[in-house]
Design a protein around this ligand. Sequence first.
Ligand code: HEM
Length: 115
Amino acid sequence: MNPAYYSLLHVFSLFILSAHTFMAFANPAPENKKRTMIVTGIASLLVVVSGVGLLHKLYGGQFPGWVIVKLVCWLGLTSLAGIAYRRPHLRSTLAIIALLLTLTALVMVYIVRTM
Ligand code: HEM
């Protein structure tokens, strides 16, 4: 398959993961928890599947260092919505962590990868 489709899926599922994570921070009501966990879980799975697809297509299955950093950022971002429901008083800290993890992953792909 054309790598552009993996890129599209990668970025689109990242938007969904990020949007629903921030929705959990804005309103961590228990009645929304199940839906948020399902949506972020599926989006997170699509992020990693499309990321591995891109690795396979563009880097012949190699594992550059910047991808390992992105994997750590992805793991962190994936865990944050669940933490927001269990520890709602930490929401503002979790939001900062989410922004920093996203920024780090973007620095990896747009700066570190091209150096
Ligand atoms: C917070 C997590 C992540 C963010 C914010 C992120 C963001 C991005 C963005 C914006 C692109 C550029 C897409 C394009 O130019 O078409 C990209 C490409 C890519 N991502 Fe991710 N990503 C994340 C996680 C991952 C993970 C977990 C993997 C690996 C399993 C991965 C592997 C890749 C690869 C291989 C590329 C292609 C790089 C290239 O064009 O040379 N990403 N990512």
